[in-house]
Design a protein around this ligand. Sequence first.
Ligand SMILES: Nc1ncnc2c1ncn2[C@@H]1O[C@H](COP(=O)(O)OP(=O)(O)O)[C@@H](O)[C@H]1O
Ligand SMILES: CC(=O)N[C@@H](CCC(=O)OP(=O)(O)O)C(=O)O
Length: 296
Amino acid sequence: MKKQRPMTQDWFATARTLSEALPYLQRYAGAIVVIKFGGHAMGDAEEMASFARDVVLMRQVGVNPVIVHGGGPMINEMLGKLNIQSDFVRGKRVTDAATMEVVEMVLSGAVNKRIVQAIQDEGGRAVGLSGKDGGMVTCEADDPELGLVGRPVAVNTDLLHHLFTGGFIPVIAPLGMGRQGETYNINGDTAAGAIAGALKADRLLLLTDVSGVKNASGEVVTQLSPAHVRELTEAGVIAGGMIPKTETALAAIEGGVRAVVILDGRAPNACLLELFTDHGAGSIIRNSAPQITPKG
Ligand SMILES: Nc1ncnc2c1ncn2[C@@H]1O[C@H](COP(=O)(O)OP(=O)(O)O)[C@@H](O)[C@H]1O
Ligand SMILES: CC(=O)N[C@@H](CCC(=O)OP(=O)(O)O)C(=O)O
């Protein structure tokens, strides 16, 4: 039963926010939204629960969310405990057979199941998978220097469509299968971009630990075209871990994703703010095509 509490301005504001969400709820009903949930964005138990609640709410209002997660910091921790040395080249982990074993164990085991559990705890029905399940992500070796790092060359979305029909929320670890049955380690951003492209997703949300793409003065740029992203990259303003994200964003847009948003996954209700309010969150990257209401 609802509690009887005195009416305050806050309650009116809450009701107004719900009412203002209507056009966005209508716009996203049936839409596919792929969310890359990076290891740095996961935060503590409360932040994980808040993320899970947003995802369950999305599903409840008819959106088809797909979670593709990372887990780089968790892999580093386990490799450290096992005294296995690990190096990164251009943002990707050099992966030999011993490292691959640990990567698969941490991503498909601990990290994947933690997210599945968090979603179930909020009343959603999550299914934990890796890109190997249902022959979803086929890879080729990315670069001989990187060992078992995969570059997705084909994505089969049949399994995902079955899950959408059943009302399930897919939670996918970024692993893929080679044509000879070998397992590949895929950068989480790359995997999310490939899956979003194959689904022709309405939105790809890349959740990270900064509030968006920053310009040379350190301010977040809220709207970017692919040309603007290339300019910032050539000028060295987009650097480090942001490079695989913006490269993924450009490839995803090229592949048919309507828009990509880079945002801070630790900010409360970041996904809801982006999808269902006038305010939006983070940096949106899209071709400067005519806008379709609301927010294209
Ligand atoms: N122009 C830029 N705008 C925002 N962040 C940037 C930029 N250039 C580099 N970065 C760095 O990219 C980092 C995000 O990448 P990364 O740490 O790999 O994220 P994740 O672990 O979430 O995948 C930011 O914390 C920031 O240090
Ligand atoms: C090839 C490669 O680098 N794979 C990544 C996969 C996890 C990942 O991408 O995690 P974050 O999103 O948390 O960084 C790795 O081994 O760390």
